[in-house]
Design a protein around this ligand. Structure first.
Ligand SMILES: C[S@@+](CC[C@H](N)C(=O)[O-])C[C@H]1O[C@@H](n2cnc3c(N)ncnc32)[C@H](O)[C@@H]1O
Length: 281
């Protein structure tokens, strides 16, 4: 860990402390939705990526910061092999859940410590870069990921973006020019403009082929005027937003996620975005 920047080290400690979040569900991404909603969101996200990259059975996939394993497990049946990296205490959950799937290999390693002589056709980095504060660390991280991407292969980033850069510490959004004292906050996010990711990836030979919000809003985290109304709304939402209704929810998602993304962009609000890049021959 010594060659990692402070924010990367702190991120691994943060997620070790949050291991309990990932226990109840394989679909948990850290978003703290109930299991049913997390399962729907995972289905929408993974299907959207599959529809764009069209994985092939001989592909090698790398899942960087695999968490509880949702991307690895959802894609394992579509590719030849999956390498899943998870440096935090969540690793034991990942290892146990992926054990029945013989084409998944897991390593308890940070990406910075990972060495590979093979290239990957598909690399997923989901909710990892948002905790990297130091620009040089981010650039090194992406340069390495791009170096490991096979020609004509895909790099998928799922990270929060906003039109103008922002950061979030504990409970407060700030301008990206504010100095973040990592030692003084428990939770932080670096919300970059999408164009920033695009230009960094472009510098190392990747071209963005598409991007979209990870899903249309379910308003689950909205706070209604009273606590009891909020509770009731959340209860109803978790009954309706479930895989039983997936085709309807998928239609809702296709209809509204683009509009939602544009509105968030106009309002300069944070939105989780899936950005898909390919390596130019
Ligand atoms: C928000 S969670 C996302 C988990 C998963 N990718 C998903 O989308 O469900 C971020 C994960 O990245 C991992 N992580 C943090 N820093 C990392 C690093 N330097 N290399 C690899 N993984 C890292 C954390 O341990 C944590 O499991």
């Amino acid at each position: 860990m010594s060659h990692m920047a402070p924010s990367s080290r702190k991120s691994i400690m943060l997620w070790s402390a949050k291991r309990g979040l990932f226990e109840p569900s394989v679909y948990e991404s850290g978003g703290q939705y109930p299991r049913e909603i997390a399962e729907v969101i995972n289905a929408l996200e993974t299907t959207s990526v599959i529809n764009v990259v069209r994985p092939e059975p001989h592909w090698r996939m790398l899942d960087v910061g695999a968490g509880g394993g949702r991307w690895s497990i959802s894609l394992a049946g579509r590719v030849g092999s999956v390498t899943a990296l998870e440096p935090s205490a969540i690793f034991d959950l990942l290892e146990a859940r992926t054990a029945p799937l013989k084409n998944i290999v897991c390593y308890r390693k940070a990406f910075q410590e990972f060495e590979s002589s093979t290239e990957f056709n598909l690399i997923i980095i989901s909710g990892v870069l948002m905790y990297i504060l130091e620009p040089a660390e981010l650039e090194k991280f992406l340069e390495k990921a791009i170096g490991l991407t096979a020609e004509a292969g895909f790099l998928v980033l799922r990270e929060p973006v906003a039109r103008c850069g922002q950061c979030f510490t504990d409970t407060t959004y700030r301008s990206s020019s504010d100095k973040i004292e990592l030692d003084n906050c428990k939770y932080w996010e670096i919300i970059r403009p999408e164009a920033g990711y695009e230009s960094l990836c472009g510098r190392y030979g990747l071209k963005k082929i598409c991007s979209f919000p990870s899903h249309a809003p379910f308003f689950y985290h909205a706070n209604l005027p009273s606590a009891s109304m909020t509770k009731l709304f959340r209860l109803c939402a978790s009954k309706v937003i479930c895989t039983r209704n997936l085709s309807l929810i998928d239609a809702y998602n296709r209809l509204f996620r683009g509009i939602y993304g544009r509105l968030r962009h106009l309002m300069n609000s944070r939105s989780m975005r899936i950005m898909i890049f390919t390596k130019m021959p």
